[in-house]
Structure formats: C-alpha cells, structure tokens
Design a protein around this ligand. Sequence first.
Ligand SMILES: Cc1ncc(COP(=O)(O)O)c(C=O)c1O
Length: 397
Amino acid sequence: MFSDLDALAPDALLGLTKLFAEDKRAKKIDLGVGVFRDKENRTPILRAVKTAEERVFGWETSKVYTPPEGASGFGDAVARLLLGEAHPALADGRCAVVQTIGGCGAVRLGGELLKRVGAECVTSGAPTWANHQPLLMAAGLRMKMIPYYDAEKRAVQIDGFMGAVEKLGPEDALLLHGPCHNPSGADLSREQIDAVLDRACAQGFFVFIDAAYHGFAEGLDEDAYLPREAARRLPELLISYSCSKNFGLYRERTGALIAVAKTPDRASAVKSHLLNLARGNYSMPPAHGGEIVAEILTSPELTTLWREELSAMREAIRENRRLLVRTAAEMQMGDALSYIERQNGMFSLLPLSVEQVMAMRERHGIYMAGNGRINLCGVNEGNVAHLCEALRDVAGK
Ligand SMILES: Cc1ncc(COP(=O)(O)O)c(C=O)c1O
C-alpha cells in the first residue's frame, strides 16, 4: 500500500524552527514562525488564560464528549466579541457558529461548506498565508490569485486589487484577511474595505474572511470593522476565527467558523451542514481551549485582564516595529524600512530575494520565511543592530 509513497519535504516554516534550534551561533535571530514572543523571547501563558484554566479544572467533572458545536457558551461569546453585542446579524438570529480545530480547522471547514454548495474556486490577493492553499485544496477547491501586495511600493496595490475584484461575479468567493494581513502586514483601509463591500453588494460575489489576529492591529473593536460591516451589508458570509494568537492558545487548537445567512432558518440549515461536515472528519472539537475562552469572555474580571494582556502584546509588537525603523534610520540606512511602521500585526515582508534570505541565514544566523516574511516579535534592543547590519551586508538596505 505505502510502497509508492515518496517522502515529502518537511514543512518549510516548521522546519525553520528546527534549523534555528540547531544553529550554535550566539547572535542568531529567529524571525520565522508566527507566534508572539515577549522581550525575553518567551511565549508565556496569559494570566487570564491561567486563571480561566484553574476555574475550568475546578468545575469540570467529566471528560464526556463536548457537544458537536463546541464548548458551552464558546460560539456565542466569540461571535459577540467579533461582531459586537448589538450586531443586527446576531440580533436577527442569522449567525451559525461552530468551534473548530484552530483557525486552520475553520478555513478547512469553511472551504468544505463552499465545496458542498457548488463552489470550485476561492479568489485571494497575492501573496497570502502559505497554508491557505493546502487547506482549501484539501477541501476540493482551487485558488485563484489576484494582485494584492506591491513589493516595490511596500503597500497594497489597490488599483490592481480592485480591478480584479470588479471582475468577480455571483459564482466567485473572495478570501479577505481581517486584520493583520499575513504575510505582508499591509491591511486594507476602511475606505478600501467599503469599496470591496460595495462591489460584493453590487456584483453578488461571496466573501470569506479569515480573522486570525483579532486585536493585534489597533484594538478589538477597530480590528472588527471588516467582519462587522460585511455581516451588516452582505446577506451571506463566512468568517474563520483563530484564538491561537489573541488568547495565546496555539497548542489548544481553538477557533471558530461563523456563518452569516439570509434568515435564521437558513442559518440553522448551514449549521446542520457544518456539524455534518465536522462529523465526517473529527466529530467534535477538543474542549479545553473553548472552555478557557468561554470562561474568559463570560467573566467581566477575566475579560478585563485579557483585554489588558492583548493590548500589551499589540503594543509590544508596535514598539518592535518602531525600534527596527528607528535603528535603520540611525544606522544611515535611509527610510527603506519606514513602511514597516505603517503595517499591522506580527508580520512584514522584507524586500529580499530567496538568495538573500538564504544569505541572511547562512552568513548572519537570521532566520525568516523564504519569501522574506519576518515576525517582528523576534526583534529586540539586543539584536536590532545585528539585523540592520546583516540587511546592509546582504541587500545594501
Ligand atoms: C492568516 C491565518 N489564518 C489562519 C491561521 C490559523 O491559525 P491556527 O493556528 O489557529 O490554526 C493563521 C495562523 O498562522 C493565519 O496566519
């Protein structure tokens, strides 16, 4: 059975962590994998999460299966957090929410639902997160790439993007990041979001939002502009949500798929299909992460603590962005990196070729994804000069 299987190359990004760990150089820098790290290079468990966990351990009396839609209260709490308490789609009962195995599980389940209703293809701005393609292809969909990030201008190429969006029709599905575009950090402005939603209303294409960094750009409410407006203006919508980054629950594999439908009746039909698709795969999601999130979001005191911790993570990344741009300017590198300060979330793309990315690694012990994506969490006072010197050496930047 297995004799014809050739071994596949390990996942490039996950492989980078191993290569970094094996590198013996003292001045090495890890700008690779997408997790938050503090100044001491740790990814600590949030205090709100620890406290919620203690509470869950206190009241949990059984390990029987969770309901198929996930931990009690989780879906409702996440939908209210993202869409806002008073959102009409919630008040009208037009939302169906299921807990998923992380944001990846939500993208995959959303893709499977689109496939079930006849979609063949999802359109996405290029570049996009490296795992969108494998997840959506595994759901039986193709991906069509349209222009999004202009590597020369280091910003969204809005004319090219809108030009392609204007050609979409009712049979198309458009994948949008909301917020903190991965890998570029370049988000659509509110005006640009409005323009895309105008086109969706006029042309009838479907919108699928991938929200993996809620709270990492400007704040929980500010970052929810796209999903809130989309759920207000569009009759139907899918939103994949990840609790990996904003709750720091990476390994607990906690996420949600939110479907907005035309009527409450359609929302329950959609939910039944989501549960059916999940049943044919993993049956029901793991409980622990969902219970932690529900505990935090239903406790005013833990919600306050969590919001403070999320703000601190957001501000720490902003500070790292400022530090890199300031240091580059102080080292007479001009303003070549100034765009980094205008972007959101953990990631930015450095304008480096694959060969230059390899040279950063081999000559200077600086590890990043092959497309030049860096995680700003890896930048700190102690290593920023080394990073800038390496960039100057490799790219003359
Ligand atoms: C754009 C995007 N979507 C979804 C995910 C999935 O996150 P999770 O780890 O919760 O599966 C990520 C994680 O890196 C991401 O960057």
